[in-house]
Design a protein around this ligand. Structure first.
Ligand code: ADP
Ligand code: MG
Length: 253
């Protein structure tokens, strides 16, 4: 469904230095699969997500979504970033209707659609609030609703819960799983947290330190709803940590 073929990416700094960000990335994702990316800082996870989003061009390689090569951004891919990327001057509802306005969807229809997604993320009462009136977790819910409003095939999430407290993060994880189970999106989710990856994903892709390569892929065969405290979850977390730990050491050395 989503094919990542031989992706390579080098950045060139103004001083003329080259940073090889991604090297020979190959991955196939199934329809409706939930895949987490995990790896040391600077290993190219965000770069890969931006290439899939069409915001960045690879030096070589292709991304194929449902048999179509990706050439730029499109409504078939929705993106949620770590930092709150809402428009501060727009209400919650107007943040969500933004992309529908771009598509010239009639006003009443776009507000109806936006309200459905607001309800989905449990924020119906906050339609007329402004982002600064919301907590971090609520802002990320709005960002998720905004990403879903075009009914994308793929949801791309870059450490979306990295900046909220642990309790909020757990709740957002559960809500995301509910949305994923209901809407059956293909989901690509970057995280720093081994716990989060084992709780959410069907598969976890571990990246090496720079240049980012795929080091190992873990299949998380735990039934949902998952029990974070189960022995199996613990074993998987340990295996992931040791795979990742070796990479962290490489970064320091
Ligand atoms: P991650 O998300 O895994 O932390 P990134 O994809 O953000 O990693 O970055 C990978 C590498 O590419 C890093 O070394 C980063 O400094 C470099 N990089 C990212 N974006 C740019 C850019 N626009 N220009 C130059 N170098 C960049
Ligand atoms: Mg990143």
């Amino acid at each position: 469904m989503l094919l990542i073929n031989d992706i390579n990416k080098t950045y060139h700094s103004e001083e003329g230095d080259e940073v090889l960000a991604l090297s020979d990335i190959n991955l196939e994702m199934k329809d409706k699969e939930f895949v987490c990316f995990i790896g040391p800082s600077g290993c190219g996870k965000t770069t890969l997500l931006r290439i899939i989003a069409g915001l960045e061009k690879p030096d070589s390689g292709t991304i194929i979504l449902h048999d179509e090569p990706i050439k730029g951004p499109g409504p078939d891919r929705g993106m949620v970033f770590q930092e709150y990327s809402l428009f501060p001057w727009r209400t919650v509802l107007k943040n969500i209707t933004f992309s529908l306005e771009m598509k010239k969807v009639p006003k009443s229809q776009r507000e109806d659609t936006a309200r459905q997604y607001l309800e989905l993320v449990g924020l119906s009462k906050f339609a007329d609030s402004y982002p600064h009136e919301l907590s971090g977790g609520m802002k990320q819910r709005v960002a998720i609703a905004r990403a879903l409003v075009n009914d994308p095939k793929v949801l791309l999430m870059d450490e979306p819960f990295g900046a909220v407290d642990a309790q909020t993060r757990n709740r957002l994880q559960q809500e995301l799983l509910k949305i994923w189970e209901r809407d059956k999106k293909t989901l690509l989710f970057i995280t720093h947290s081994v716990d989060e990856a084992v709780y959410l994903a069907d598969r976890v892709v571990v990246f090496t330190s720079r240049p980012g390569r795929i080091k190992e892929i873990f299949k998380i065969d735990l039934p949902r709803p998952r029990d974070r405290t189960s022995v199996d979850a613990n074993v998987l977390r340990e295996r992931l940590l040791s795979s990742l730990g070796a990479e962290m050491k490489n970064t320091i050395d």
